[in-house]
Design a protein around this ligand. Structure first.
Ligand SMILES: Nc1ncnc2c1ncn2[C@@H]1O[C@H](COP(=O)(O)OP(=O)(O)OP(=O)(O)O)[C@@H](O)[C@H]1O
Length: 245
């Protein structure tokens, strides 16, 4: 569903992506881990279209999306969550998701006009919110949600466009133990419908969710394997997990 082929990116003299290749099949969760400054965000930006690679390709469901804009990639089936919240705080939970459904389908020219008034949008938004466990919060302003609930809302917004693939940028950041456990359960449930690339610092989440892990260090993938293979890989341990891991 996602293939990255020989991606290179530099900022001036600093090479931040060095021949990165990986692929994610249907039903799979692939995690990218690495120390601060390894180039994870730069990689995410090249997949989502925020940044253009110097060379290499990004394929989504077999389609080369390397030269498409962020918006065109969303239309091509890329759903993503952001490290920084993408929620509209004064809109209701339902309106946030209905607006995302509307944006994908282009069902109305009045982009920020009451998306939740349209029955079809509403229905799809409600179903999506139920799937992420926010079915009983639809009328609350998004500003009232807890941090953990906001994360669920961000995922619902990403799902609203019926993506082929999910790009998850540190979804566990700032969550407590209980909230993290709930989110891990949700992502485990979603992965069969939405193959995913997960960039995450929370090793518990990575080891519970990922089928395959790539370890990125100074722009290069230095190790790859199942979570247990990566846990035992001396290069990965030295580079990232630390000897005590
Ligand atoms: N726009 C930019 N211009 C110049 N250098 C940049 C730019 N964006 C990132 N960098 C540099 O590229 C390197 C990789 O940064 P990046 O944010 O991709 O790493 P990261 O793995 O996401 O780090 P973190 O885990 O701290 O978020 C860093 O040295 C960073 O300073």
């Amino acid at each position: 569903m996602l293939a990255i082929e020989h991606l290179y990116k530099s900022f001036g003299a600093l090479q931040v992506s060095k021949d990165i290749s990986l692929s994610v099949a249907t039903g799979q969760c692939h995690a990218v881990i690495g120390p601060n400054g390894a180039g994870k965000t730069t990689l995410i930006h090249q997949i989502s279209g925020v940044l253009r690679q110097d060379s290499g390709r990004v394929l989504l469901g077999g389609q080369d999306v390397s030269h498409l804009s962020v918006w065109e990639r969303v239309q091509a089936g890329l759903g993503r969550t952001f490290q920084i919240t993408s929620v509209l705080p004064s809109f209701s939970v339902l309106e946030n998701v209905a607006t995302a459904v509307q944006a994908k389908t282009g069902s109305s020219l009045k982009f920020f006009a009451r998306a939740a008034d349209e029955a079809a949008l509403n229905e799809k938004a409600q179903a999506t919110l139920s799937r992420v466990g926010l079915g009983d919060r639809i009328d609350r302003p998004a500003a009232d949600l807890s941090h953990g609930e906001l994360r669920l809302l961000e995922i619902a917004i990403a799902l609203a466009g019926s993506p082929k693939f999910l790009l998850l940028d540190e979804p566990m950041a700032g969550l407590g133990k209980t909230e993290s456990a709930a989110l891990i359960d949700l992502l485990n449930d979603l992965r069969s419908d939405f193959p995913m690339l997960l960039v995450e610092h929370d090793m518990d989440a990575v080891f519970q969710l990922a089928d395959e892990v790539s370890v990125l260090v100074e722009g290069e993938i230095v190790a790859r394997g199942t979570p247990s293979e990566v846990r035992e890989n001396p290069q990965a341990r030295a580079a990232y997990l630390g000897d005590g891991a």
